[in-house]
Design a protein around this ligand. Sequence first.
Ligand SMILES: NC(=O)c1ccc[n+]([C@@H]2O[C@H](COP(=O)([O-])OP(=O)(O)OC[C@H]3O[C@@H](n4cnc5c(N)ncnc54)[C@H](O)[C@@H]3O)[C@@H](O)[C@H]2O)c1
Length: 282
Amino acid sequence: MDIRRVGVIGAGTMGNGIAHVFARSGFDVLLCDVEQRFLDRALDTIGKSLDREVAKNKISADDKAQALSRIQPVTDRGHLTDCDFVIEAATEKFEIKADIFRDIDRLTRPDVILASNTSSISITRLAALTRRPERVIGMHFFNPVPVMKLVEVIRGLATSQETFATVRDLSVKLDKTPVEVNDAPGFVSNRVLMPLLNEAMFAVMEGVATPEAVDEVFKLGMAHPMGPLTLADFIGLDVCLDIMRVLHSGLGDSKYRPCPLLIKMVDAGWLGRKSGRGFYKY
Ligand SMILES: NC(=O)c1ccc[n+]([C@@H]2O[C@H](COP(=O)([O-])OP(=O)(O)OC[C@H]3O[C@@H](n4cnc5c(N)ncnc54)[C@H](O)[C@@H]3O)[C@@H](O)[C@H]2O)c1
């Protein structure tokens, strides 16, 4: 099927980046969120990040104008009926995504692929809510979406080879590099990354080293662009905790237990960069 018109549900950090890359690659985009103010904020963010691409000579001012003109903001999911592909990037809560998947399954043509950008929710479980589990797939972009090359393409238990191949090819059209992964808690990215961040937190909690020292070890010794505690603050400590809980309950191994210091910091409202305080003060 020829994909021209793409629905993006959720216009937050990831949704606006996803709308940006689809529009920049020539797709018509319907960007859907629950309130107009979220859509206004998303369009503002997309405009500014396209400006940065113009300033770096990656695209022309005309490309920017064309990309913006391809994005239509909508608050009513009913407008997604004639989309050829839909990707959901709404808040990471199963009930919210379940409601969206049931609804878009009803609204869109049966041959349309429904993707989720979820970081941790089971693709197999979302697929089972629809009448087309073979056309449900994970398309996991990374933040900031216009910059990061990776897309983890996640096969649910029922995802067909045709669906996988379409989404793999679509990722390439967006100038991304798809990597194939099977559905499992945390996929590959978070299953490997989050225990690293969690262990760095244990090292701080146990007084092995300060956050600065742990980060320095990873920057200078492992050539990581940022240390694990700076990265945890950037991702959001509440998000890190949620993902550790998904790994712990989904894989059932005590090695995934969230660090008590992480739990305490989230309880205190220290969520990292976005709240002004995490392992560092902002
Ligand atoms: N932030 C990251 O680094 C990152 C990276 C990869 C994947 N993800 C995943 O992407 C998804 C979105 O994360 P985010 O960081 O963009 O969150 P966010 O909070 O920035 O944005 C979520 C948006 O979804 C909207 N929303 C909620 N319910 C909705 C509904 N019923 N219909 C339409 N819109 C709705 C919210 O209003 C909000 O604008 C999550 O599943 C998350 O796990 C996030």
